[in-house]
Design a protein around this ligand. Structure first.
Ligand code: HEC
Ligand code: HEC
Length: 390
């Protein structure tokens, strides 16, 4: 096999063996691969990263309508694979109508996700209109781009590890609902963990969904092209524009992308971490879940310090959109790792500070929110300092 020097791999700094139980403390730069990959895995990561950041064109299947020309265009804050950097450009619109069994994702009107750009921006002879919110949409949900750092660790968490955090008889009235996602390829039910409502369980599934709904590129998983505003302009026969190869490459990149390493703790952040536990933010923002065994050794039986139970909860900020077993009022406990790389928060980006995001918690999180508001100024500052290290 050809030997190559991997810049990103060599950029991983080993800070030596830590004091705690001989566990080495490793600092990995944001956007690098997980430490400890084999040479072959490093190559898959590099190849995937390139494809993830590649701008697609019409002859590669882009459009007719789309929201972005590369995955990296939206996933960029802090490095390739990050959250959205620009609130407006990286935020997408999801529509729906009705509720319960009569819920509709309005596919016939251009749903579930709208596309606000068209290939007319590349080929001015095209006269396709960008999608707008149709009159029949009762629910219009804006969604900001979530970060992908550590996605492979999240994917490797066994269902049982997520299910064990569903509560009954919790003193704050917290419950938590697992969102069972159905694989579009195998039909298998698995506990969802990706997306604002934990609506998807695997990176291949999310890649196929994003390739279609954000870029208009069809694959064997979703072979039907998007219909602008629900109207069949062309391409009404199933015809994958990508043979599935790109899906695998995107997934390899995301799966092998390192989790964000927290900034060094300070005295204040150490105190803030205790406040976070004391006022029971941890009831939903569970600091650590464990992965199961994985074919990638670096993902196998590892702690995942994501600060989420990956369950969905009702915080009184519903958008009416139903996705799997998450109803119109439920959202995934947002993982808090990597918070310091972000500038807007909550599913639609309505909060521009972490403090503002916490103050908008209600519903199941009402008791924790009220304890947050009753903290002394010093305790609250410590807590925010702690969240600022994540
Ligand atoms: C137009 C912006 C945009 C583009 C382009 C885009 N995404 Fe996303 N991505 C989003 C948004 C918005 C979400 C949150 C979606 C939701 O749950 O409603 C998201 C979420 C995700 C998630 C879930 C992560 C998590 O833990 O929640 C994955 C995985 C993902 N995107 C992969 C991709 C891949 C792969 C591509 C390229 C094929 C891509 N995205 C292109 C905006 C974008
Ligand atoms: C009942 C479960 C629950 C509790 C308790 C809870 N949260 Fe949350 N948290 C959530 C959910 C769900 C979201 C996503 C809500 C949305 O975007 O609609 C969230 C989002 C956040 C965000 C925004 C993250 C992002 O990616 O935009 C921050 C910051 C946050 N929580 C901090 C806290 C703090 C601090 C506490 C304790 C005072 C707390 N949370 C208590 C469930 C909870």
């Amino acid at each position: 096999m050809k030997k190559r020097l991997h810049i990103a791999a060599t950029a991983t700094l080993f800070l030596g063996v830590g004091a705690c139980g001989g566990v080495s403390s490793v600092f990995t730069p944001i956007g690098a691969e997980i430490p400890g990959l084999t040479r072959a895995e490093q190559e898959l990561f590099e190849e995937g990263k390139t494809v993830f950041a590649t701008t697609e064109d019409v002859d590669e299947g882009l459009g007719p309508v789309f929201n972005g020309r590369s995955c990296g265009e939206c996933h960029s804050a802090g490095g390739v694979g990050g959250a959205g950097e620009d609130l407006v450009l990286s935020r997408v619109t999801r529509i729906g109508a009705g509720s319960g069994v009569s819920y509709s994702d309005l596919a016939e009107l251009g749903g579930p996700v709208l596309q606000r750009r068209t290939i007319a921006e590349i080929d001015p002879t095209c006269t396709i209109a960008a999608e707008v919110v149709p009159a029949g949409a009762e629910h219009v949900s804006r969604r900001i781009t979530t970060p992908l750092f550590g996605a492979g660790l999240i994917e490797a968490i066994p269902d049982s590890e997520i299910l064990k955090n569903i509560k009954s008889g919790d003193p704050d009235g917290i419950t938590g609902v697992a969102n069972y996602a159905v694989s579009p390829t195998t039909g298998k039910h698995q506990v969802g963990r990706f997306g604002w409502k934990s609506q998807v369980a695997t990176l291949e599934h999310f890649s196929a969904d994003a390739y279609l709904n954000e870029m208009g590129i069809t694959t064997p998983v979703f072979p039907m092209d998007l219909l602008p505003q629900g109207k069949a302009l062309y391409d009404v026969v199933p015809e994958p524009e990508d043979d599935g190869g790109d899906l695998l490459k995107f997934s390899n990149f995301m799966r092998l992308l390192a989790a964000p390493t927290p900034a060094p703790a300070t005295l204040a952040s150490g105190r803030g971490s205790q406040v976070f536990t004391k006022i029971r933010c941890v009831a939903c923002h569970v600091p650590t879940l464990q992965t199961g065994t994985s074919s990638v050794a670096a993902l196998s039986n590892r702690p995942v310090n994501l600060y989420s139970d990956l369950l969905t909860h009702d915080l009184g900020m519903g958008d009416g959109v139903v996705q799997g077993s998450a109803d119109g009022s439920h959202f995934r406990t947002a993982p808090l790792w990597g918070l310091r790389l972000r500038t807007f928060f909550l599913h639609d980006g309505r909060a521009t500070t972490v403090d503002g995001a916490v103050r908008q918690h209600g519903g199941e999180a009402m008791a924790a929110k009220q304890r947050y508001e009753s903290l002394s100024a010093a305790d609250r500052t410590d807590l925010l300092e702690f969240l600022g290290t994540l």
